[in-house]
Design a protein around this ligand. Structure first.
Ligand code: PEP
Ligand code: MG
Length: 751
């Protein structure tokens, strides 16, 4: 029985292949295919529905339904039985379709004559392409064998759709990957860019979904699976010892799939039915995806991505695609990836004009690196890796989280106008480079920049920054595959100081934990990492790494001043212990006879509300403090900075938050402790103005923000701004934003 259904299936696929090989237009091909399927399966109706856009299915060809319904009948995703198959990715087998819940009657098709319906999804590598349907008058359920046969055919159709076999005059389907597509994602890093798609993982194209010789296909598959197993074992051996729990889980899942007999058996069955090894891999991936997608358990759903990855690896092994080296990046490359690690991103470096990811969060490593490199980044651009092709024209709007793939001319023109306007504004800001950020009332605000890479330093001169107010040292640790060595770090820090040409650079010691996880350092599983073992807590509990870093900093600063700042100080003794470590290391260097820094200033970041209320001794003992507004806001408002749902929910200019900042500023004033603000908000002109108005005289921000902030500060009177804030504070408003905007409009129009 199995034997005969296999040969039936192969016969059908052979007929399909011959039909596909004929010189004909796309529509003609589709029509021919529906009649072959209906004939082979001895069923009165066969119809093919394909996606017109992400939400709409269109009847593109039919044998048995009324021909005039072709290209007229449309269904929304989820609508009717066909729409449901498309949405769920699961087949529907109904003996009496019209009586099924959700059945939608479409009079123009004449389908009322048919009772039974079998619909299977047409999908490829997780991408939904359409639905293949057979119907017959007789009220009967289709057999398992028939379902399987139709799924195999659907797989072939998916490949052919992808290859553009149904494109042409009469517009069965317009060509794929050619239309403009708009993606609304999330802003990861501000900035705009125009360029061409560079896929981090190239698409695998399968040109041979049907194969004649099942034994040969099985041998190819077995060999590829063997290679895959070896490479997974290598990964396990390479990373298994140091990888964290999540990474190990992924590798274990890879291993489990790679050794799964069931997976192999199902793919061999597909091959017996006439599919090529490649098509069999894709078919089983789509099936497993559907199963995993609807799993109630998040952990199981997560495994779906692991299977996707593994299937792609297997396809690359089978086709040899994506393993060849030397493919050329297009001009102005814009990286498109599902996700990417910080090391890979740093390898691309500044050659990238923009980055678009399907996954990730604003606080992910990739975002940290993109921010450090000042490359516009959009995350959560769903399905862009399946839609985009290498070299496609693309526009990235990192401000609004929008991506235009293959944009139309009017969009390109508007976008270019926007870029030109920004460039003009930058030119204006460049003219201010050598001028101080001095307000109309004569107050001087020091504007410094945030950095994290040696490559950031040229921006010091370009932006007119007066120094580096925050040098985040974690990138060198995150990007490395193993713990960096002291000598290596000392050289790097030395080069950073050299490049600053005597301007101060405030080095923040390693701020890991929470979202920043070192791949080579074991860490405990934590229920809430943002409130867990992070930053200075790690440094004080595992002194080796912090000591090594402090030694590197002290050596790099031989015969010049050193600024060191500790992150996430929450109470006095943490600062005291950290400071004592600096003193110890200086003493050690002295005993060793090394040259010492000319002076050492030790500061702390204020990132939790507790520091506004801490003992006065902290402010007396700290040489300076810097307000880390990103974390401070998160803890003050109890709103996760990485959670899209809440991260913008509370306004920085909320009166309560300004009151907290005022408290900190006042406490610093009492003890004469220099204070600055280095969270992202310092780079937003209105926020920067309010901070200056309530007494902050030092702000550290992205280099690109220095121009706009200075431009605004030079045009305002801080005393007037302060009066406006105070008046709003005395009222019952929640935020001073509206009052400040109003005042700004009035005062600028007056001025
Ligand atoms: C902050 O928390 O505001 C800050 C500057 O540190 P990071 O963003 O690196 O946590
Ligand atoms: Mg912080």
């Amino acid at each position: 029985m199995q034997q005969s259904s296999d040969s039936e299936s192969r016969k059908l696929l052979r007929r399909l292949r011959d039909a596909l090989a004929e010189e004909s237009e796309g529509q003609e091909r589709l029509d021919h295919i529906t009649s072959i399927i209906a004939d082979s399966m001895v069923t009165e109706v066969c119809s093919i529905y394909l996606f017109r856009d992400a939400e709409t299915l269109e009847l593109c060809a039919t044998e048995g339904l009324k021909p005039e319904a072709v290209h007229q009948t449309r269904l929304r995703l989820g609508e009717g039985l066909v729409g449901r198959v498309a949405r769920t990715g699961k087949y529907i087998n109904a003996a009496d379709a019209p009586s099924m819940r959700g059945f939608r009657y479409m009079p123009e098709t004449g389908e009322e004559a048919y009772s039974s319906l079998l619909g299977v999804p047409i999908q490829r590598l997780g991408e939904k392409l359409g639905v293949l349907v057979v119907q017959s008058k007789e009220a009967r359920e289709y057999t398992e064998d028939e379902i399987y046969a139709l799924e195999v055919v659907a797989m072939v159709l998916a490949e052919m759709t992808e290859l553009g076999a149904f494109v042409g005059e009469g517009a069965a389907l317009s060509a794929r990957h050619q239309h403009p597509v708009l993606f609304r994602g999330t802003a990861g890093q501000e900035g705009t860019a125009e360029g061409h798609v560079w896929l981090h993982e190239p698409r695998v194209v399968v040109t041979n979904p049907i194969a004649e010789d099942p034994e040969r296909e099985k041998a190819r598959l077995t060999a590829a699976i063997e290679d895959l197993r070896v490479s997974v074992d290598d990964m396990m051996n390479g990373a298994g010892m140091t990888a964290d729990k999540d990474q190990r889980e992924v590798l274990e899942t890879y291993r489990m799939f790679a050794r799964s007999q069931g997976w192999m058996r199902r793919m061999c069955e597909d091959i017996d039915r006439g599919l090529s090894a490649e098509a069999a891999v894709e078919k089983e991936q789509s099936n497993a995806r559907t199963r995993l997608q609807s799993a109630p358990d998040v952990y199981i759903r997560e495994r779906m991505h692991d299977l996707d990855d593994l299937s792609r690896r297997l396809l690359r092994l089978l086709t040899g695609q994506g393993t060849e080296t030397g493919a050329e990046m297009p001009p102005d490359p814009i990286l498109v990836a599902r996700s990417i690690g910080p090391g890979d991103l740093l390898d691309y470096g500044r050659s990238l004009k923009g980055i678009i990811l399907e996954q990730g969060s604003v606080g992910s490593h990739a975002a940290v690196v993109a921010r450090a490199l000042a490359i516009p980044l959009v995350i959560h651009a769903e399905n862009i890796t399946t839609e985009a092709l290498n070299g496609d024209h693309v526009l990235v709007d990192g401000e609004n989280g929008v991506v235009h793939l293959r944009p139309e001319d009017n969009i390109v023109n508007a976008f270019r106008d926007k870029i030109a306007m920004q460039a003009k504004a930058q030119e204006r800001y460049r003219d201010l480079r050598g001028l101080p950020a001095e307000t109309l009332c004569g107050a001087r605000v020091t504007l410094t920049m945030n950095a994290g890479l040696i490559a950031d330093l040229p921006s010091l001169d370009g932006s007119g920054a007066e120094g580096v107010g925050l040098f985040r040292t974690e990138l060198q640790f995150l990007a490395n595959r193993s713990m960096p060595r002291r000598g290596e770090l000392a050289r790097l820090y030395g080069r950073v100081m050299d490049a600053a040409h005597g301007k101060p650079v405030v080095f923040r010691t390693l701020d890991i934990g929470s979202d920043k996880i070192l791949p080579y350092m074991k860490r405990p599983e934590e229920p809430n990492p943002a409130l867990g073992w992070r930053a200075i807590r790690v440094g004080l509990d595992r002194k080796g790494v912090m000591r090594m870093q402090l030694q590197a900093l002290i050596r790099a600063a031989a015969n010049r001043p050193l600024w060191v700042m500790f992150p996430f100080i929450v109470q006095l003794d943490e600062f005291r212990c950290a400071r004592a470590m600096v003193d110890d290391e200086i003493e050690r260097e002295r005993v060793l006879g090394h040259d010492l820094p000319t002076e050492v200033r030790v500061g702390a970041m204020v990132e939790t509300p507790s520091m506004a209320f801490c003992p006065r001794a902290f402010y007396e003992e700290a040489d300076f403090v810097s307000i880390g507004g990103n974390d401070l806001k998160m803890f003050f408002f109890a709103a996760d900075r990485e959670n899209e749902r809440v991260r913008r929910r509370y306004d920085t200019l909320n009166v309560s938050f300004l009151n907290l900042l005022s408290m900190i500023i006042d406490r610093c004033a009492e003890t004469g402790t220099p204070v600055s603000f280095c969270g992202e908000d310092a780079g937003r002109p209105l926020e920067a103005l309010c901070f200056a108005a309530i007494g902050l005289r030092s702000l550290s921000m992205r280099p690109a923000s220095i121009g706009p902030v200075k431009h605004l500060l030079r045009r305002v009177d801080l005393e007037e701004a302060r009066a406006t804030i105070d008046e709003a504070r005395r009222g019952d408003v929640q935020s001073v934003r509206e009052a400040m905007n109003q005042w700004l409009t009035d005062s600028v129009s007056r001025g």
